[in-house]
Structure formats: C-alpha cells, structure tokens
Design a protein around this ligand. Structure first.
Ligand SMILES: CC(C)(COP(=O)(O)OP(=O)(O)OC[C@H]1O[C@@H](n2cnc3c(N)ncnc32)[C@H](O)[C@@H]1OP(=O)(O)O)[C@@H](O)C(=O)NCCC(=O)NCCS
Length: 182
C-alpha cells in the first residue's frame, strides 16, 4: 500500500474504507471552495459516494493504473492527490490534486506533487508527468510552474465546469529534466 511521510507533519496515504466518513465531511465543509474548479465536489453527496470512490481507487491501484492518496497534515485530512492513470506503453502519467481552503499557502501541494513526481520518475520509471489546470485557475497553475514544468499549450474548451466550458493549460515535466529543489 502506498504510504509516504514527506516530513514530521505531512503524509500521503492511499485511501482506504476507514477514510470514507472523514473524506465526506471534509468535502462537505469545503464544497464551495472545491466547486470553483472541480466538477466532482458537488456530486459527492454522501459517505456512500466516498466509499464508492475509495473502492474504485483501490481497483485502479490493483490494476496498476494509478491511485489517489489522502494528504494528511498534522494528523488531519486536508486534501487529495493522485495519478489519473499510468500509461506504461507511452511512459506517461497525469497528476491531479486538491486542498481544503485553510490548508492553502503552506506549500503542502507543491511538496506533495514533488513526491509523486519522484515516485513516477524513480520507482515507476515513467518518462513524462503531465498536469492540467483551467487557464484561469492561477493557484493550480502555480504548482507545476514552481516545480519547473514546461507549458505545452492550451486546450480550448477542454471541459465542462458546472455551467460553462473552460480552457486547460497543459504542463509537462520529463524525467531527464528532473525537479527543481525546494
Ligand atoms: C490548487 C491548490 C492545490 C493550490 O494550493 P496552494 O496552497 O496555492 O499550493 P501549495 O500548497 O503548493 O502552496 C503554495 C503557497 O505556499 C507558499 N509556500 C510556503 N511554504 C512553501 C514551500 N515549502 N514550498 C512551496 N511553497 C510554499 C508559496 O509561496 C505559495 O504561496 P502563495 O500562493 O502566496 O504564492 C488549491 O488552491 C486548491 O486545491 N484549489 C481548489 C481545487 C483545485 O483547483 N484543484 C486543482 C484542479 S487542476
């Protein structure tokens, strides 16, 4: 099972069913904040929805196709991070993430993403890590920019967000480019 302590305060841990109630409470408390950029935050209505997500996530992990992990800061669940897929044929993956509102501004996500990048490059031997963010989501775009990703381009009207299409910025980092020290 994936479990990784970044430092004394910050841990990434594959979700298991015991996290379902906590996950649901965290999403409910932060629904307005998460809804701004994430289509799923409004859809998750009950702890059963969290349980179903965790089940799908464990299946995805068992199929060697990525996983999502909870981000635990000082013992509290403050966000999530994961690989949307592992494509070993093309040697690439994509990372997605979210944080609760009051955990922002501490570098928690930048450090968590760096951990998943290192795992992808060093353990999975993957060549390309991608991060996509809505062009107007400046906080999210700042994460790959801080870590030295290159902007590959803009995908126009890439996804439907509640009531409108949004453009996505696509960033990538290649294995031989490494990560910037923090
Ligand atoms: C996107 C999101 C994760 C970014 O969170 P964040 O807190 O800005 O990112 P980090 O945790 O990396 O923190 C960076 C901030 O901490 C500061 N910081 C403090 N210590 C730091 C450290 N050791 N390393 C890096 N940054 C540090 C940085 O200066 C930066 O502050 P600033 O925003 O004032 O410039 C968050 O806004 C979020 O979840 N939003 C809603 C969901 C979402 O948009 N998800 C992404 C969809 S693509």
């Amino acid at each position: 099972m994936f479990s990784y302590s970044i430092d004394d305060e910050l841990q990434l841990r594959l979700y298991d069913q015991r996290d379902a109630e906590t996950m649901h409470e965290v999403v409910v408390r932060n629904r307005e904040h998460l809804n701004r950029w994430l289509p799923w935050a409004g859809v998750q209505q009950s702890a059963d929805d969290s349980r179903a997500f965790i089940r799908r996530n464990l299946v995805q992990y068992s199929e060697d196709n990525g996983f999502s992990a909870g981000i635990w800061y000082r013992g509290e669940l403050v966000g999530g991070i994961g690989y949307h897929y592992w494509d070993f044929h093309n040697s690439k993956t994509e990372i997605g993430y979210w944080l609760v509102e009051n955990a922002q501004g501490k570098g928690i996500m930048t450090r968590s993403v760096k951990t998943l990048i290192e795992y992808a490059f060093n353990i999975l031997q993957i060549n390309r890590v991608e991060i996509r963010a809505a062009t107007e989501n400046t906080r999210s775009r700042a994460v790959p920019e801080r870590l030295g990703f290159k902007l590959d381009g803009i995908l126009r009207r890439q996804s439907w967000l509640h009531d409108r299409f949004v453009d996505h910025a696509v960033y990538s980092l290649l294995r031989d480019e490494g990560t910037h020290g923090l």
